[in-house]
Structures are given as structure tokens and as C-alpha cells.
Design a binder for this molecule. Structure first.
Ligand code: MF3
Ligand code: CO
Length: 263
């Protein structure tokens, strides 16, 4: 399958969808605190998405015979991705929470995620979050015209493993555009110089998932929640990136509204 190249109009619409996805994440961040349930975050996320004129791309997303039942993915501690929000899941100090927000707007999809601690946490967890975030930066930096997808994968893997953590192999990043998942697949591990060549106008969701322990994962009986096989904590950071001749451009940056003074 060939990788879709976005034209001017497609890029403009991607910018809008991605800015909305990022703004929702930004608005959710301060709500992550002890005592909050993941269902509280779901409802807030659902409302923020609606208020920004978009629609969740997760809600009703079909995988096999199942449809994802929520507007957000919220994964706590050893949950890697696709955690289903629940009123029974109460956040406690020291937890880590991955929020994954994917929105539809005007026919295009924006996809982004981050992991935040609930209150103070331990130095090793701080390091897990920092290394995962930085591995995303390394992956993005490798998304240069003329490079290959394997260069992104290798940059992420090398950085993570040099820091003593492991990259999840069962899930990958992906192209994103008129649907949530377009070619190419973007693994977070692999060899330099392999895979498709990067061209201008690609929109790529780069998303390292990093475990404190081993890389293996399993899916819970709810059919969605992916957890680490060894129960170790896991972090996830994701941006949607536009490839350009001038270098990769992160599209999922929040728009902070500035107060306007009316006379
Ligand atoms: N960012 C996730 C992905 O790319 C979002 C999945 S939405 C869900 O797969 F519907 F599958 F939960
Ligand atoms: Co994604």
C-alpha cells in the first residue's frame, strides 16, 4: 500500500484536526489528580472534543467484532494503551496515566497521547516518562525527507534501550489522515535504512510505548486493554507529524486561547 501524500487542503485540515486533539489533551492534563476516576476524564474529554467542534475517532472504532465503547483511551500504570475509562478506576498518588486522544474534524484525524504522573512519583518512574518523551523527540527528528521509516524506529529503540527500558513490539505507530490508521506502519524498533522512504506531505503518528520491564504485552478479557505481561509500568507519548523539506513539523500542538479584552 502506498503512503498517502497530503495536498495543501489536506495539510490545512490535518493542522486543524491535530490542533484540536492537542488542545483536548492540554485541557485534560490539570484534571489528572488523586481521587479523579478515569470515567471523569472520559466525560471531560468527550465534552472538550464536542466543544471544539470535533468527534472522537475512538468511539465506536471497530476492531474485529468489537467496537470501542469510549471517547478516550485512558491507561493506568501497567496498562500500555486502549484502557477503557471506568468509574471504578480511581487515580491515586504515584499512579501514571496515559491519555490518548484521537479526533475527527472536517474529514481528517488528529492523534496524540502523553503519560502524566498523579502527584509526586519515584525517580525511576520520572525517568521512564522522560525517556519515553525524549524517544519520541528522537523518532520525530529522524523523520527527514530521504530517510526511511526504519530510521524512525531505530532512533526510538536505540534511545530507549540505551536507557535500560524496553519498547513494546505488539503495537506500532501509523500514518494518519482521512482515517485513523493509514500506511505506513511505524514500529518503535527496527533497523536503519529499512522500510518506506519518507517523502514530503506525509502525516505520521509516531508513538513509542515503553515498558519499565520486558517488552511483552497481553490483552485483557475486555478485548481492548493492553497491559505489560510482567506487570511493570508503561509510558506512551504520541504526536502527529507532517514531513516537509524543511524537516518534520509537529502538528499536535495545543492552541492556548488568549483572553481578548472587549472595550
Ligand atoms: N492512538 C490509538 C491508535 O492509534 C487510538 C486507538 S482508539 C481505539 O491505535 F478506539 F482503538 F481505542
Ligand atoms: Co495512534
Amino acid at each position: 500500500m502506498t503512503i498517502p501524500i497530503k495536498n495543501k487542503v489536506g495539510v490545512a485540515k490535518m493542522r486543524e484536526a491535530c490542533a484540536i486533539a492537542a488542545t483536548v489533551l492540554d485541557q485534560l492534563k490539570p484534571l489528572v489528580r488523586p481521587g479523579t476516576t478515569t470515567q471523569d476524564l472520559e466525560e471531560a474529554g468527550r465534552d472538550f472534543i464536542a466543544r471544539l467542534g470535533a468527534r472522537s475517532a475512538c468511539y465506536g472504532y471497530q476492531h474485529g467484532s468489537r467496537r470501542y465503547p469510549a471517547h478516550t483511551c485512558i491507561s493506568v500504570n501497567d496498562e500500555v494503551v486502549h484502557g477503557i475509562p471506568s468509574f471504578r478506576r480511581i487515580l491515586r498518588e504515584g499512579d501514571i496515566v496515559s491519555l490518548d486522544i484521537v479526533v475527527w474534524h472536517d474529514g481528517y484525524v488528529g492523534d496524540n497521547a502523553f503519560t502524566v504522573p498523579v502527584g509526586p512519583t519515584t525517580p525511576v518512574i520520572e525517568k521512564l516518562l522522560r525517556v519515553t518523551r525524549e524517544s519520541l523527540d528522537h523518532g520525530i527528528r529522524a523523520a527527514q525527507i530521504g530517510n526511511r521509516i526504519g530510521d524512525i524506529a531505530n532512533a526510538i529503540q536505540a534511545y530507549v534501550e540505551a536507557n535500560g527500558f524496553s519498547v513494546v513490539r505488539d503495537m506500532v505507530g501509523h500514518g494518519v489522515g482521512v482515517s485513523m490508521h493509514e500506511p505506513p506502519e511505524i514500529p518503535n524498533f527496527g533497523r536503519k535504512g529499512t522500510g518506506d522512504r519518507i517523502k514530503p506531505g506525509m502525516t505520521l503518528a509516531i508513538e513509542p510505548m515503553v515498558n519499565l520491564g520486558g517488552y511483552k504485552t497481553k490483552t485483557l478479557s475486555d478485548g481492548w486493554t493492553v497491559v505489560t505481561a510482567d506487570g511493570s509500568p508503561s509510558a506512551h507519548f504520541e504526536h502527529t507529524v507532517l514531513t516537509t523539506e524543511a524537516g518534520p513539523e509537529i502538528l499536535t500542538l495545543p492552541r492556548r486561547t488568549t483572553a481578548t479584552v472587549t472595550p
